[in-house]
Design a protein around this ligand. Structure first.
Ligand code: NAD
Length: 480
């Protein structure tokens, strides 16, 4: 080892108190599922972590019935002030068990511990604190007179931010007075099940939150259940389309948070050092498994070579490896299936004529890994410029004028996020005004705050999560 290398600094898993197998969380209890159980593994080692129950149609029915009973008997009758107390209690318990949750998240998902510890889990607590504050103020939120809850919410989340997506869904639903049946992704159910233990610790009334684990079929049953009043889905655009079709013509209210292909636009007057860090954070944070990732770098032609050279130098310093090591910057790809997709789209990128460069890092023998990769010479028609890779792969395109940057940024079926890097505030505002994206960051990227609404246009979905606007998705007749 050279003196420049970091000594290993693995976070211990001793804090975890995992069970060998987990049941479904229905009506305040862990119960057996009647589907065939599955295993959750660590994507960094491919080692088994725990056996997980799979919810059949009857199990989903039991969970929805429990949520309905809790809604009718308890939760809809409780004052906002008391609901808020439960949410505050949950937030404090998340803080108390923060290290345990961070270790479990990194183990199950593959993301670096420094991200789960410093980003995911603190944001989870802040989401519950934030919506706890709204629970007794719904009448004063400008959401219409006497806002009423919808009833039972069916919520489905993906694997890239398992606990954070759970918080984005559950906190506003409970604050607005709804009860919940939530289905986590099949590759990352662990922290949702630890969260169920936290709900027991918080003495949340039975049935207010139910967690049903399983694959896509379980989610499909949940969204089609006739006694669900609200469907909230975060995941791929393809599944989102299927859900929109299933819900069309029913009384169910729908929110869809889908994919993205964000443009990160760097003008020649940008603060370059900050922009390099922002580009890296934009696409390599969480291995690029980020719906709002800045996966298309649009760089002004005059600074293209300088930016690409500096990016390569910076990427060469990133450390890829054990997600539980505190020095790790790039963790494991979440699943073999996702790794295969990233490889396939990258091979297509090369075949279509773009130039591929990957950081030279040692790839562990076990597990699912992909080195940070940059494609230059990318054309707007290339698949790596159009399809969501959902991995650590950056496509670099150039522009000459602000008008060309705007046209290229908007040339995508998605519209979730964008970034603008420039020294001029007036330019940032003028360009932001013409970008068709739900969230636009200026001289930063991938920043999240519970008070800020988040959501997309076009094939990125509709509805907003976060902020006062996030409450409207869970209230009757409310308009933001
Ligand atoms: P996915 O759509 O395959 O799965 C998401 C969830 O839906 C999982 O829990 C899955 O089991 C469930 N599911 C699968 N088929 C279903 C069906 N027919 N009916 C109901 N539920 C079903 O997506 P994924 O691969 O897990 O996640 C990656 C995608 O999520 C990316 O496209 C990403 O952009 C998107 N995403 C979006 C946001 C956002 O806020 N817009 C946030 C995170 C991830």
């Amino acid at each position: 080892m050279s003196f420049l290398e970091y000594a290993p600094a693995p976070e211990s898993t001793a804090i975890l108190n995992l069970k060998d197998s987990y049941g479904l969380f229905i009506d305040g209890e862990f119960v057996d599922g009647s589907g065939t159980p599955f295993h959750t593994i660590s994507p960094a080692t491919e080692k088994h972590i725990a056996e997980i129950a799979s919810a059949s149609d009857e199990d989903v029915d039991r969970a929805v019935a429990a949520a309905r009973r809790a809604y009718e008997k308890t939760w809809s009758k409780m004052s906002g002030r008391d609901r808020g107390k439960y949410l505050f209690r949950i937030a404090r318990l998340v803080q108390e068990r923060a290290r345990e949750l961070a270790v479990a998240e990194s183990l199950d998902n593959g993301k670096p511990i420094k991200e789960s510890r410093d980003v995911d889990v603190p944001l989870v607590a802040s989401w519950f604190f934030y919506y706890a504050g709204w629970a007794d103020k719904l009448d004063h939120a400008g959401l219409g007179a006497n806002p009423r809850a919808l009833g039972v919410a069916g919520q489905i989340i993906p694997w890239n931010f398992p606990l954070l997506m759970l918080a984005w869904k559950i906190a506003p639903a409970l604050a607005a007075g709804n009860t919940v049946v939530l289905k986590p992704a099949e590759t990352t159910p662990l922290t949702a099940l630890i969260f169920a233990e936290i709900l027991q610790q918080a003495d949340l009334p039975a049935g207010v939150v139910n967690i049903v684990t399983g694959a896509g079929a379980t989610g499909s049953t949940l969204v089609r259940h006739p006694d669900v009043d609200k469907v909230a889905f975060t995941g791929s655009t393809g599944v989102g389309r299927d859900i929109a079709r299933a819900v069309a013509g029913t009384h169910k209210k729908l929110t869809l948070e889908l994919g993205g292909k964000a443009a990160n636009i760097v003008f020649d007057d940008a603060p370059i050092d900050q922009a390099i860090e922002g580009i890296v954070n934009g696409i390599f944070f969480n291995q690029g498994h980020v719906c709002c990732a800045g996966s298309r770098l649009l760089v002004q032609e005059s600074i293209h070579d300088e930016v690409v050279d500096r990016l390569k130098t910076r990427l060469s310093t990133l450390r890829l490896g054990d997600p539980l090591d505190k020095n790790t910057d790039i963790g494991a790809i979440n699943s073999a299936a996702q790794l295969a997709r990233i490889r396939e789209l990258s091979d297509i990128g090369e075949a279509e004529g773009a130039e591929r460069w990957s950081a030279d890092c040692a790839i562990p023998e076990q597990g699912f890994w992909f080195a940070p990769t940059i494609f230059t010479g990318v054309e707007a028609s290339h698949r790596i410029a159009r399809d969501e890779v959902f991995g650590p792969v950056l496509s670099v395109l150039t522009f000459r004028t602000p008008a060309e940057a705007i046209a290229k940024a908007n040339n995508t079926p998605y519209g979730l996020s964008a970034g603008i890097w420039s020294d001029k505030g007036s330019r940032i505002l003028a360009v932001a005004d013409r970008l068709r994206a739900g969230v636009i960051w200026a001289n930063t990227f991938n920043r999240f705050d519970p008070s800020s609404p988040f959501g997309g246009y076009k094939e990125s979905g509709f509805g907003r999560e976060g902020g006062r606007q996030g409450l409207t998705a869970y209230l009757k007749g409310a308009a933001a």
